[in-house]
Design a protein around this ligand. Structure first.
Ligand code: SF4
Ligand code: SF4
Length: 423
């Protein structure tokens, strides 16, 4: 954000201070001079200064927060979560499953609050550092999150190897050394092997040599970071960095936005900076399209079936649009494929609304995740959309789970492109 914009956003604070009474100004000055009393005595990971700013803010971003907008529970609103986090850091609240629950079930880490924040905060980012401090008392976490932590630590990922058989079989067909390292996300491996199949097919037809070290594959570490399990995240990052090196690949391909974001932005903080370019699949497809390596067959029968089902739109995954700023290429591709049948809905691109399955909400409170997904699907229904395409395995999973009447046709962008390339 430009400095001019930052000053503009903070103008209201200058005006508010100018209007304060002498007593209020004196009290503010005293507080400022004795500010040490508002900080923990021992060193913590949390950004206490920014938590204080956030907890004292009028909290207007609450109207953009999909969690509090759905649950109507005040402890889910952004500034109140910051307040709970601050009180926990200051030992002014007991650390118990009940106190910690709103921090985990109440934040999708979707960054919607950032769009309206005068300080440019995303509460999800502030909470990530807080959970590193809280993780020292893992036994005080809600039971479901303790179990989830053990699950990741045991499996080096979200699932057991037996649950990933189909995906593993597909990936075994790839060589161990090559040009582009394919890093599949845990949710794709478990729930969407058709996406893996699609990526392999597209690469084959475009003449790209994909590589994967499937037997040694582990999670990217994003869920461990949400839990505050920094040690596990560091271990996973180090392992993955070594795999990339071993493969001799020139770039890394992720179909999960969360994996791409973690590899790009979080690995340097974890001491495992990846020097290779990390591409989300949308960037890869766009690059192939521009180089004329994606040749579409518009008469394809499977696509005709999708076209018959009515208006088609796209759900922007929060991490892809708001954290990685990838959307223009997607809309160009979809408009090229579906032409006038493609319709961009009101809440799109950086103004997208979360699917409900971000962060650990689905683990901490799956009913709430389902309610948020249902709300997002209703937005598509209100705009007369019958087919929704997305580019995130978790969004796709959340929507599939909450589409019991099969109101919508749901696809990953990879499936669409690979169908178009069918003979
Ligand atoms: S995220 Fe920004 S706008 Fe929202 S409550 Fe915190 S400081 Fe205020
Ligand atoms: S990151 Fe998303 S879910 Fe979390 S407080 Fe901000 S708007 Fe709400």
């Amino acid at each position: 954000m430009r400095i001019v914009d930052k000053v503009k956003r903070k103008k209201w604070m200058i005006q508010a201070l100018a209007q304060a009474s002498l007593a209020e100004k004196t009290s503010l000055t005293k507080g400022f001079l004795n500010k040490k009393q508002f900080y923990p005595t021992k060193k913590v990971q949390a950004d206490i200064t920014n938590l204080i700013y956030c907890m004292l803010c009028p909290n207007m971003c609450r109207f953009e927060c999909p969690v509090v907008e759905t649950s109507k529970i005040e402890t889910h609103s952004p500034a109140i979560k910051s307040r709970i986090a601050y009180y926990l850091e200051m030992n002014l609240l007991d650390k118990s499953a009940e106190t910690l629950q709103p921090l985990f079930e109440g934040c999708l880490h979707c960054s919607a609050c950032k769009a309206w924040c005068p300080f440019d905060f995303a509460v999800g980012d502030l909470l990530e550092d807080v959970t590193v401090d809280l993780f020292q008392n893992l036994k005080k976490y809600p039971q479901k999150l303790q179990d989830f932590t053990i699950r990741i630590q045991t499996n080096n990922g979200l699932y057991q190897k037996e649950q990933l058989k189909k995906a593993t079989k597909l990936l075994h067909a790839l060589p161990k050394e090559g040009e582009l390292y394919y890093f599949p996300g845990c949710v794709t491996m478990r729930n969407h092997p058709e996406v893996i199949e699609g990526i392999i097919q597209i690469a084959k037809k475009a003449g790209v040599k994909l590589v994967s070290l499937t037997d040694e594959h582990v999670c990217c570490g994003a869920p461990s970071l949400y839990l505050g399990d920094q040690e596990k995240a560091k271990e996973l990052a180090k392992h993955n960095k070594e795999l990339f090196k071993k493969s001799k690949a020139k770039a890394i391909l992720c179909e999960c936005p969360e994996c791409a974001y973690t590899l790009k932005e979080k690995y340097p903080e974890l001491g495992s900076k990846v020097k290779l370019p990390v591409l989300h699949v949308v960037e890869w497809l766009w690059d192939l399209f521009e180089k004329e390596k994606l040749s579409f067959r518009f008469s394809n029968k499977k696509i005709e079936k999708i076209l018959e089902s009515g208006p088609i739109s796209y759900h922007d995954p929060c991490v892809l649009s708001r954290k990685l700023h990838i959307y223009d290429q997607t809309y160009c591709l979809l408009a090229t494929i579906f032409q006038e049948q493609f319709k961009e809905i009101t809440y799109s691109k950086e103004q997208t609304h979360c699917c409900g399955f971000g962060g650990l909400v689905n683990i901490a409170n799956h009913q709430l995740a389902d309610a948020i997904a249902t709300k997002r699907l209703a937005e598509f229904q209100d705009e007369g959309i019958q087919t929704i395409i997305t580019s995130c395995p978790t969004c796709l999973y959340g929507f599939q789970k909450n589409n019991p009447e099969l109101t919508f046709e749901l696809f990953d962008l990879v499936e669409i492109v690979s169908k178009l390339m069918d003979d």
